[in-house]
Design a protein around this ligand. Structure first.
Ligand SMILES: [Zn+2]
Length: 219
């Protein structure tokens, strides 16, 4: 086991994106639907529009995508037809999926609610604040004493100074905690910080004897 904790490496863009994506577990309802389904669909939609715009011209691909014009016969074979099909399938899928999600959420809300979150009045500032993102462990290296001690145990002892692996397992632990029954009832603002404090306590106890629950589970 290493005697001292080495400083963390620079945070890669991949890690930053992964943290953001995993943090969506703390979101509730519509926001999570949008991140999980809405954004991928929109990206697919945009990708087809851009490819077709470059090869077939923007005006034509716009009209083809919206079904206002039939696909031109010239240009790359099948591309205009694909764009037309995407417009025909994806747009209704997005609108229908969104509507379905809202209706399902409304119906399930008439059942008993275990959370007081829907009744808590939130200010516009709180509403517009983006949901928190899972902490980057590297920021704990120069952090508060409790956080420094946490990375000492979790990164140095349990992961033998492998910051990348420790970060991955930390995110997995926080994500799973956020999904648990007790934590998922908390609102999108509260869920993540509470799950992180909970994980710090539990993971530290195991890390002190050199064990990471995620490493053990993945053996
Ligand atoms: Zn681990």
């Amino acid at each position: 086991m290493p005697q001292t904790l080495i400083p963390p490496p620079e945070q890669a863009l991949r890690v930053r994106l992964r943290r953001t994506f995993r943090s969506r577990r703390g979101l509730t309802g519509l926001a999570q639907w949008f991140v999980d389904i809405g954004i991928p669909l929109l990206l697919a939609f945009a990708a087809f529009y851009i490819v077709s715009g470059i090869y077939e011209g923007w005006r034509v691909s716009y009209k083809v995508l919206l079904g206002m014009e039939e696909p031109p016969a010239k240009g790359i074979p099948l591309l205009p037809w694909t764009v037309s099909l995407v417009g025909w399938l994806l747009a209704p899928a997005m609108v229908g999926g969104l509507a379905g999600h809202i209706i399902a959420a409304r119906i399930s809300r008439t059942g008993g609610t275990t959370s007081k979150e829907p009744f808590v009045r939130r200010t516009w500032g709180e509403r517009l604040t983006p949901p928190p993102v899972i902490d980057w462990l590297g920021s704990y290296f120069h952090g508060r004493a409790a956080d420094v001690h946490f990375v000492e145990c979790f990164v140095r002892i349990a992961h033998k100074n492998d910051w990348a692996r420790a970060q991955d397992h930390w995110e997995v632990a926080v994500t799973e905690t956020m999904r648990s029954v007790e934590f998922s009832a908390l609102g999108r603002i509260e869920n993540l910080p509470r799950a992180q404090s909970h994980c710090k306590v539990v993971l530290r106890i195991w890390a002190l004897i050199g064990v990471c629950a995620v490493c053990e589970a993945r053996k």
